[in-house]
Design a protein around this ligand. Sequence first.
Ligand SMILES: Cc1cc2nc3c(=O)[nH]c(=O)nc-3n(C[C@H](O)[C@H](O)[C@H](O)COP(=O)(O)OP(=O)(O)OC[C@H]3O[C@@H](n4cnc5c(N)ncnc54)[C@H](O)[C@@H]3O)c2cc1C
Length: 496
Amino acid sequence: MPENTDISELPVAVIGAGPVGLAAAAELLERGLTPIIFEAGATPASAVASWGHIRLFSPWQYDVDAAARRLLVPTGWQEPDAETLPTGAELHEQYLSPLAAVPAIADALHTSTRVLAVSREGLDKTRTGGRENTPFLLRVQDAEGAVTDYRARAVIDASGTWHTPNPLGQAGLRAVGETDAFEAGLITGPLPDVVGRDRARFAGKHVLVVGAGHSAANTLLALGELAEQEPGTRISWAIRSASANGVYGGGDLDGLPARGALGSRLRTLVSDGRIELHTSFTITGFKTSDTLAVIGNTPDGEKQLDVDLLVPATGFRPDLDLLREIRLDLDPAVEAPRELGPLIDPEFHSCGTVAPHGAKMLSHPEKDFYIVGMKSYGRAPTFLMATGYEQVRSIAAALAGDQQAADDVQLVLPETGVCSTDLGGSCDAPADGAAEAVACCGVPEAEPEASSSCCGAPEAAPEPAPAASSCCSAPEPQFLGIPTGLEHGRSAARES
Ligand SMILES: Cc1cc2nc3c(=O)[nH]c(=O)nc-3n(C[C@H](O)[C@H](O)[C@H](O)COP(=O)(O)OP(=O)(O)OC[C@H]3O[C@@H](n4cnc5c(N)ncnc54)[C@H](O)[C@@H]3O)c2cc1C
């Protein structure tokens, strides 16, 4: 490090310009700190743009960060109706794009710039002496492939998990041939817009959906719609568990009519034979040609499904490779910061009743380095934007030296609704089988089939609720939601 460098004059690097990265920038600016923001996509919040066709389950009042609001209001920005549920595209157009265009943020934002690695200048991970006062080094790559090193006084990693879906193979590993199939374009990205933007790719094709959560249910219903309009479209669905009942939910008995109706529609598509369901199917390999051969173990022996395209709906995990030179302290199971991990581990906390948390809980042995947002939850699927906004408010305060404000973490979410629900397996929905019923009530041994995230509110609880209690006793959620992963990255319920 050059001798005359005053580390406090360097910017705070923010990795990712999603909702939480942009909120971090707004919070830093409000504290008089200078952000520098790196976004891999060509536009801000490119991950949200990818799922623009999906409607959020959190109404606008929980989607806007307070410091961001204070930056936006003087520009003449009109805040959308607090009670309305935006789509991802609306969130992007009506909030994230205007926020990214505020001059103080726009000047700090580098789009089409991927962070490849984070380290300390001149020090690898093993070197301790002087570490805390040595600038961070961020190695980034632009769209043309040019690589540049930037220096920063602190780093906030808000890079999400969207680009690292869980593998399709068993045991958390890619199956033989999975990489080739992906590179050949026969395995799509998560949550494709099959009736909109990506329609031509799916029309008239035989499509296999893999997974047993919300993403799978959404994609299957959209494919069902497509098949009605586009003759020759064929739909298959593979799950690892023995039954799809948990995905269907309670049908007419469901406490949430909209959710019940969706589950019933899915059940009907299966029972009418318009979706071919393959249960107890564990993918072991792929063979790529013009089409895709999907090989699986089943109770009846090996089976092969020949399809044109496969849509993975198996959840997400954090990309930790770029943090190889950073001293992290992560929960060994969830891959969230160690103290946070046990509070959100879906294997034991089916309802995600996590206390509000900030800089302290999110800190690592690497001083002034934080993982926030979706990525801070590691492999747990219950993250909410509002949680991320409080994380970055606290971290900006800590970096500005206001420890009292950093420690005063607060998060008020309603008792119902803001993060709800799954298509089945919720305790407020009568489950078809005993397994589903217990699974969602927090019995650790049982793995819910439909999804790991039962609900997730209320986060305002001062103490984490006991695992078994909160889900079944919580008031009914109001909205239909999509959890974004599955517990510990399992692609569909029970391992065989
Ligand atoms: C379909 C869906 C629906 C959801 N609905 C809700 C909801 O209703 N309510 C709610 O509260 N939450 C919801 N979530 C969960 C969560 O709040 C969102 O995923 C949210 O976008 C997370 O924000 P983030 O900023 O942490 O991550 P992201 O939005 O994923 O943003 C991360 C950004 O980092 C960029 N990036 C990644 N790697 C790098 C790198 N190496 N260098 C530079 N940039 C990088 C990405 O391109 C991306 O733009 C939903 C999630 C999904 C997937």
